[in-house]
Design a protein around this ligand. Structure first.
Ligand SMILES: CC(C)(COP(=O)(O)OP(=O)(O)OC[C@H]1O[C@@H](n2cnc3c(N)ncnc32)[C@H](O)[C@@H]1OP(=O)(O)O)[C@@H](O)C(=O)NCCC(=O)NCCS
Length: 142
């Protein structure tokens, strides 16, 4: 079952899942900070996959009026290859489509290229782009 993230029910489980799946080296990706910032945005674009009321997967999406983005797609290793990841992507796509989004982007970090096959099946294609980013240090607690 895919549902909206609820802080009271899901927060601790999502933090544990993200730490297990992604590990974290950068302060701006620290899970509690990410969750707090996403809840402050209050955009209804943060979903979890539940099995027996336990969080087994997550996805965050973002829409800025121009592009939609998908972030933090993660499924617990014990629950992979059973469709949860695809359901999460579908839910994010539905939510973005409902907001008028015309194109969805996502980034895959170097070293994780094999996951492109997961996104190819629902229609994502690799595009020749240089991805650049800049951290806004004053908004990142250390
Ligand atoms: C990517 C991820 C979310 C997929 O979750 P999942 O629940 O296993 O995905 P699904 O079961 O819905 O898989 C859908 C299809 O993609 C394929 N697939 C899933 N994960 C894959 C991977 N890492 N590499 C290649 N193919 C993959 C599945 O085999 C399946 O193919 P099929 O429909 O032909 O059987 C999960 O592997 C994960 O959490 N990975 C680590 C975190 C990560 O890399 N996230 C993406 C960041 S961009």
């Amino acid at each position: 079952m895919i549902t909206l993230f609820d802080s009271q029910s899901h927060r601790d489980q999502v933090i544990a899942l993200w730490k297990a799946v992604f590990g974290y080296e950068s302060a701006h990706n620290e899970p509690t900070l990410v969750i707090d910032k996403k809840l402050a945005a209050d955009d209804g674009l943060f979903f979890v996959a539940l099995i027996a009321n336990q969080v087994v997967g997550t996805i965050m999406a973002g829409y800025d009026g121009h592009r939609g983005w998908i972030y933090s797609a993660a499924v617990h290793p014990e629950h992979r290859k059973r469709g949860a990841g695809s359901l999460l992507v579908s839910q994010a796509e539905r939510a973005l489509t409902g907001r008028g989004c015309m194109k969805i982007n996502l980034q895959i970090v170097a070293g994780n290229e094999s996951v492109a096959a997961f996104y190819a099946s629902p229609g994502y294609a690799v595009e020749q782009r240089l991805s650049m980013g800049k951290r806004i240090q004053e908004n990142i607690s250390s």
